[in-house]
Design a protein. Structure first.
Lengths: 320, 293
């Protein structure tokens, strides 16, 4: 990796955020709603990328962190009547706690065993949601009532069902996570993570405690994914067990692979691209899983670096 | 019915599950043992076997035993061919990199599942059993076909064991498993061994599916449970160990049969999955396996 000029990188990221802000005023209604959803899911992908891209740990169970945030926030509103900020915090706390527990257990393994263990824990989480259907709504899911989805800031109250408020909330979350990711990646800690990915033994020999660094990465990654899930529950008003299924562990992997692993903007590009491909093709065929499958195989065969990864390698070496 | 006969019935059902599971898991275990590839699409090869069995047995009219026999021979062959082609086109080009192959087999899973949905449809369809003889026990009558599944599976397992330990093919496979580079240096066509093992693994899953389809039904999503259970069996039994796989399959099948009589199936699955995850975390070589090299 070439030494990046910080000003250039920050300017690019602020530019992307400004572009997304401007798009809010010009996009037609349908795409406006779609982009809000994509930004929230891109946060999910960014959380996944923290672990997969930078530490090189391939998890097949990140749906559990997303749905920990989803259910943590959603159930706090539905059953406990909590306010929006409190519910969001509850979602984050659930995700962070779950990530800590899973991290301590799963990081005892590595490679293929790590993938299978995370997949199995996610499956347990999914089955638990189905088992406690009385509270979680089982596979039907639950709707978060519109009346509860109001953000009270001082004297003004913002209804999260309003499209503009929803878009802006999604953008704020996305921007915060994007900048946090950029700062983490450029920090000393971020470099230690990359060092672990490249050669764990060597990093250990240099005196770094790789286990606690990896554990911290799992918790950061899980918390970001939970933030995405909590925002999804509050902004779009639905919690359902589909979001905990294996498919939602595979999707962030696909988005990150497509956009480019270990690039800060890759998750956004991957999510945007895949969402629109599925959206456009679903007009012709219902077989969207077929497209996901073919995309996965073509990506690992021909573009293992993804879109931004390839661009960084060929032309723009300074991309973070 | 009293407790004793009830337990016997649960145990018999469990043994049928074990028999099918042992074959499916053996396929997964062989592929992992020899190629170091975790085949996530394994359950879909199982599903393809069942769906093809339905297609073949409806295409061939005549006595159910005849059409079933045709399905038992043809369906695994077709599935093996599909596996062979996908191995050549995808896995080989990835150089069997463990992580890339997992992603690629996830892709295969989606493709096969979606194609089955498109061409076969969302219905669950039955296949007629080759014979419908009932064995009368003092407490209840039991399907003779189910018992013949256990026998057929045992026969196939013994045959696989014989091939692996007593023939040249088995020797070549074990040499590749032990050290593929040295095997290559001794003139073993490692590349072709991999292709053959991948096809064989898929065929074992397909045979298991053809055997089970007369008592369950063919459905495009039926591959998911066998995949998870096979993973569990392979992990408990120790990767690449035939004896461990069979013992674990009987253990899992029996306890699955007995637990689901007394507890809710979801709770049983939660407990089983959690236990296996813990085995992987704290004893990665499996309960019966020896530490890996």
């Amino acid at each position: 990796m070439k030494e990046a000029s910080p000003a250039k990188a920050y300017a690019l990221h602020l530019g992307v955020i400004a572009l997304l802000f401007a798009l809010s005023f010009v996009l037609p209604e349908y795409h406006h709603g779609l982009l809000a959803r994509i930004m929230v899911l891109a946060v999910f992908a960014m959380g996944y990328n923290m672990l997969f891209g930078y530490v090189g740990l391939l998890s097949l169970g990140h749906a559990m962190f997303f749905s920990a945030g989803l259910y943590g926030a959603g159930l706090a509103v539905i059953h406990l009547g909590w306010s929006v900020p409190a519910a969001f915090a509850a979602g984050l706390a659930c995700g962070a706690l779950l990530a800590l527990v899973i991290g301590v257990l799963a990081l005892r393994t590595s490679g293929v065993a790590f993938m299978i263990v995370t997949m199995m824990f996610a499956q347990v989480f999914y089955l638990i949601i189905l088992y406690f259907a009385a509270w979680t709504g089982g596979d039907q899911g639950l709707v978060v009532p519109q009346s509860a989805r109001v953000l009270v800031l001082g004297d003004t109250s913002l209804g999260l069902t309003n499209p503009t408020v929803r878009y802006m909330s999604a953008l704020v979350l996305f921007s915060i996570v994007l900048l946090v990711a950029l700062v983490i990646v450029r920090s000393r800690y971020g470099r230690v993570l990359v060092a672990i990915r490249e050669n764990e033994e060597r990093t250990k020999m240099l005196g770094y405690d790789t286990f606690s660094n990896k554990l911290a990465a799992v918790v950061v990654s899980g918390t970001i994914c939970a933030a995405s899930g909590a925002a999804y529950a509050l902004l779009f008003g639905y919690v359902g067990s589909t979001f905990a299924s294996v498919q939602y562990s595979i999707l962030p992997l696909l988005w990150v692979l497509l956009g480019g692993a270990a690039t800060t903007l890759g998750p956004l590009i991957g999510t945007l691209f895949m969402y629109y491909v599925v959206d456009i093709t679903s007009g012709y065929t219902s077989a969207y899983l077929l497209i996901v499958g073919i995309a996965l195989i073509l990506l690992v065969l021909f573009f293992p670096r993804g879109i931004l990864g390839t661009i960084r390698q060929r032309w723009l070496g300074w991309l973070p | 019915m009293h407790f004793g006969p009830h337990l016997l019935l649960a145990a018999l059902e469990g043994l049928v599950t074990s028999a099918v599971l042992a074959l499916t898991a053996l396929g997964l275990s062989l592929v992992f043992g020899v190629m170091r590839v975790v085949n996530v699409a394994h359950g879909e090869f199982f599903m393809l076997g069942a769906v093809l069995a339905w297609a073949i047995s409806t295409a061939i009219s005549g006595h159910p035993a005849l059409s079933f026999l045709a399905a038992l021979v043809l369906a695994p062959l077709i599935v093996g061919l599909i596996a062979l082609v996908s191995e050549r086109l995808v896995l080989r080009r990835l150089n069997y990199n463990p992580e890339a192959t997992i992603v690629a087999t996830i892709g295969m899973l989606y493709i096969i599942q979606q194609l089955a949905l498109t061409f076969y449809g969302p219905e669950a369809r039955p296949v007629e059993p080759p014979f419908s003889y009932r064995i009368l026990l003092p407490w209840f009558g039991y399907s003779g076909y189910k018992l013949s599944i256990i026998a057929a599976s045992a026969l196939l397992l013994v045959a696989t064991w014989f091939v692996l330990t007593r023939t040249k093919i088995g020797l070549v496979m074990r040499a590749t498993q032990y050290d593929s580079e040295t095997a290559q240096a001794f003139g073993i066509p490692v590349d072709r061994v991999y292709a053959g093992v991948f096809a064989l693994g898929a065929m074992l899953a397909a045979v298991a599916a053809v055997l089970i389809v007369p008592i369950s039904q063919a459905h495009y999503l039926m591959g998911q449970d066998p995949l998870l259970l096979s993973f569990i069996v392979v992990i408990i039994g120790g990767l690449g160990s035939l004896r461990g796989t069979v013992v674990a399959a009987v253990l899992i099948g029996l306890s699955d049969g007995i637990i689901s009589v007394f507890f809710s199936p979801t709770l049983a699955k939660i407990i089983a999955t959690l236990l296996v995850a813990m085995v992987l975390v704290f004893r990665p070589q499996g309960l019966f396996g020896t530490a890996s090299r």
